[in-house]
Write a protein that binds this ligand. Structure first.
Ligand code: NAG
Ligand code: NAG
Ligand code: NAG
Ligand code: NAG
Ligand code: NAG
Ligand code: NAG
Ligand code: NAG
Ligand code: NAG
Length: 233
């Protein structure tokens, strides 16, 4: 028989568990929209297909696909790389090299692979806001390569669906050597700082969104009841 003092004390703690699982969007993800307006293309590569970039002294250096997330990357290039496997990673502002990244979460970090003797200048925005421009100078010789470089990081967005947009700019008046690798999506819950007034809560900054944005998104949060068993002494 247990005395009352010996019996377990059940402390019932019910609280809101903010359930999330961060995830990655690799360059191969089919939800991505790559576009350009010229003969420059976003070329999809992997470690089993080595492409080479020109150096100033006329020699070439290989892009190390193994240094990239999941061994894949996208390189902006001109011309028929299949003949020589030698290319400039090159995009001018006038080529309108744009990568659109839909994601669901409260933050996104954009990672690039710096390879070759050309730096990168690019801009990134989310839902047409929070525009950031980052300039990465060319990596130093002799490797001319830095893997896993965080180029943009936008956090504290209201949790939900968003669209990130990456645009490649000229650097020092010439082309950028963009190699895009992957994105990390932060799913930590960030609640909307909205006052629940009437039905018409679609306020906030009305930016240049396309067209059919209907009702505000519904967010479903997981609620876990956690029961903690504690024994006295
Ligand atoms: C990484 O590659 C594996 C194997 O191909 C694939 O299952 C996984 O989805 C990839 N990860 C991402 C984030 O794309
Ligand atoms: C992809 O992006 C381009 C340029 O922003 C746009 O014109 C096109 O409609 C988009 N395609 C899809 C399928 O969203
Ligand atoms: C690797 O990239 C090459 C060149 O784009 C492509 O032909 C090949 O199918 C890719 N291989 C894999 C396993 O994705
Ligand atoms: C591709 O991206 C979507 C949207 O962010 C994501 O839900 C999905 O898990 C990704 N797929 C892979 C294979 O990583
Ligand atoms: C060209 O430059 C690279 C990188 O600095 C160097 O490793 C290589 O030896 C050079 N080659 C010649 C032939 O000068
Ligand atoms: C890439 O960088 C991020 C953040 O800096 C880090 O968490 C991750 O482990 C790195 N990945 C590799 C393969 O080094
Ligand atoms: C994820 O978002 C939370 C809340 O905004 C923030 O505290 C945390 O630093 C973010 N994590 C990363 C890896 O950016
Ligand atoms: C980077 O691009 C922005 C936007 O086009 C431009 O204003 C800025 O001067 C560029 N920076 C460099 C170093 O080229």
């Amino acid at each position: 028989m247990f005395s009352l003092a010996q019996s377990p004390v059940f402390a019932l703690l019910a609280f809101l568990q903010l359930s999330y699982a961060d995830y990655y969007i690799d360059d191969t993800n089919s939800t991505l929209n790559y576009s350009t307006t010229t003969e420059v293309i976003w070329g999809a590569f992997n470690a089993s297909y080595t492409i080479s970039l020109p150096l100033a002294n006329g020699t070439y250096m290989p892009v190390d696909g193994y240094a990239c997330y999941n061994n894949t990357y996208l390189l902006l290039l001109v011309g028929d790389y299949s003949l020589t496997h030698q290319e400039d990673a090159a995009c001018h502002s006038s080529d309108n090299c744009i990568l659109s990244i839909p994601f669901t979460g409260s933050g996104i970090t954009i990672y690039v692979y710096q390879s070759g003797p050309i730096g990168i200048n690019a801009s990134f925005e989310v839902d047409g806001n929070y525009c950031q421009t980052t300039v990465l100078n060319a990596p130093s010789p002799p490797s001319y390569a830095i893997a896993n470089v965080s180029m943009f990081n936008i956090q504290q967005l209201t949790s939900g669906p968003h669209v990130g947009s990456l645009t490649v700019n000229d650097i020092f008046g010439s082309y950028s050597g963009m190699i895009w690798d992957y994105a990390h999506v932060n799913e930590t819950l960030v609640a909307a700082l909205e006052t629940t007034t009437s039905a018409s809560t679609t306020s906030s900054s009305s930016t240049s969104t396309t067209s059919s944005t209907s009702s505000p998104s519904q967010y479903v949060y997981s609620i876990f009841t956690v029961i903690s068993f504690s024994h006295p002494r």
